[in-house]
Write a protein that binds this ligand. Structure first.
Ligand SMILES: Cc1ncc(COP(=O)(O)O)c(C=O)c1O
Length: 433
């Protein structure tokens, strides 16, 4: 607990009156954050939270890292924003650094202002290069909520929110949800879930497949053979791969980019979230030389590649590397997995982490894997929240506790969370929450 802000009540009232929010899950949300440092945030009432959302998976180096703040404030006195026809020192340096670190199939970077926009430019670029219009996306895939990126986001709830039905040119292909595989145990897997995918791709004029290497919604990491098969199928047809690394990138999965886990070499890769180090917002659409030659994006978005954001992003990348936060993500993911299983809780059906991407899937029965009811899942989240644990819910069935703290998180902080989770699960089960 720190000192409450003198205007706390007024700020909350003004938020309710003036701010239009895409989604919140009351009670307890929205949290009006007054201060943040490392893995901790404090709201306007002075209440402290352990932030297992990293500010929606942005602050990979921790909130308000001094080196990021310093780099951004130095840039504030140099140059802020120039026309997209021109360049700035940090934006050029960030482009170079990202291409050095990205899969070697990528050679050029285009900056926009956020993840959805980065994907829209990726879709446009794939069409420009292939002269084809259709794009395949994975079931359960999330690529943003603006109208173009919604075309390749799977969730019906989000798609319906657009009012008019979306186009039929883009289409879904199966994802790899191995915990709930319809085809039997892992030992018998021959990637049957991809049977028939060739026919689907061939029935369209398919320009590209857009996919996260590891699906962030529910933390679904396909087996190597799944990616090998899909990658072979799409290469045989000259279909581009757009790897969406908006959430998986920048160390989150224990590698700089999640493509590295599978040896993927996409022709187009997108990024966002932590790309600015949390200073403003940046989107990245990167491409191979050959694909990039066909790019026409105009000079918008006006604020793409803002110099202060680029300086923040560059500083974050250096912090991730120098403070070995990517290795820490890999180690803490393993620690979290073992410690969560060690709770031996009857509602913990699966624990899935790749680095610090993933979470815990809650079930009412471990044998049948029946999804834990919505009411109980909400109570778990609310009880955690009231106890100072900031998390989000995720997954195809909304029953995954998505636990993605800054990559600087310590085992002691994860222990604090798990001790609270144990109490919370017991309390909800006993009807005391
Ligand atoms: C994988 C993925 N793609 C795209 C987006 C959209 O990014 P933004 O919200 O910055 O538009 C997100 C955001 O959560 C994401 O996780």
């Amino acid at each position: 607990m720190t000192k409450p802000h003198p205007d706390a009540a007024q700020l909350e009232a003004d938020d309710a009156q003036y701010v239009m929010r895409p989604w919140t899950h009351p009670p307890g949300e929205p949290v009006i954050v007054a201060r943040a440092k490392g893995c901790t945030i404090w709201d306007v009432h002075g209440k402290e939270y352990l932030d297992l959302t990293a500010g929606y998976f942005v602050n990979n180096a921790g909130h308000c890292h001094p080196r990021i703040a310093e780099a951004a404030s130095r840039q504030l006195n140099e140059v802020l924003q120039v026309s997209g026809k021109h360049g700035t020192i940090p934006a050029i340096r960030l482009a170079k650094r990202l291409i050095e670190l990205a899969p070697k199939s990528l050679h050029k970077a285009f900056f926009s202002t956020g993840g959805s926009e980065a994907n829209e430019f990726a879709l446009k670029l794939a069409r420009q290069y292939t002269k084809k219009a259709d794009v395949a996306y994975l079931e359960n895939g999330y690529h943003g909520l603006s109208l173009g990126s919604l075309e390749v986001t799977a969730s019906e709830k989000y798609r319906e929110s657009a009012g008019k039905p979306l186009g039929k040119d883009n289409f879904a292909i199966p994802t790899a949800y191995c915990y709930r595989c319809k085809f039997g145990p892992a030992a018998t897997c021959t990637v049957q879930c991809l049977d028939g995918v060739e026919a689907k791709l061939d029935a369209h004029k398919t320009a590209a497949i857009i996919a996260e290497p590891i699906q962030a919604v529910g933390g679904l990491a396909p087996p190597q053979k799944w990616w090998d098969r899909l990658d072979r199928i799409r290469k045989e047809r000259g279909i581009l791969l757009i790897a969406d690394e908006i959430q998986t990138g920048l160390g989150r999965t224990g590698k700089m980019f999640a493509c590295e886990h599978y040896g993927l070499e996409p022709e187009i890769m997108t990024g966002g979230k932590g790309l600015s180090g949390g200073v403003g917002s940046l989107g990245l659409t990167s491409a191979s030389d050959e694909v990039a030659r066909n790019f026409f994006g105009g000079t918008t978005p006006t604020s793409g590649g803002n110099a202060v954001s680029a300086a923040g992003g560059l500083a974050m990348i250096e912090v991730l590397l120098e403070e070995k936060l990517i290795e820490n993500a890999a180690n803490m993911g393993r620690y979290f997995t073992e410690a969560a299983w060690a709770l031996k809780d009857p509602w913990i059906g699966d624990v899935r982490f790749t680095g610090l991407l993933g979470g815990i899937e809650l079930v009412s029965d471990r044998e049948s894997r029946a999804v834990l009811g919505k009411a109980e899942v909400s109570k778990v989240k609310d009880h955690l929240h009231a106890s100072g644990m900031l998390i989000t819910l995720s997954g195809m069935h909304g029953n995954v506790l998505r636990l993605q703290p800054p990559l600087s998180v310590t085992s002691a902080q994860l222990d604090t969370f798990l001790a609270q989770l144990r109490k919370t699960l017991d309390a909800v089960r006993a009807g005391k929450a």
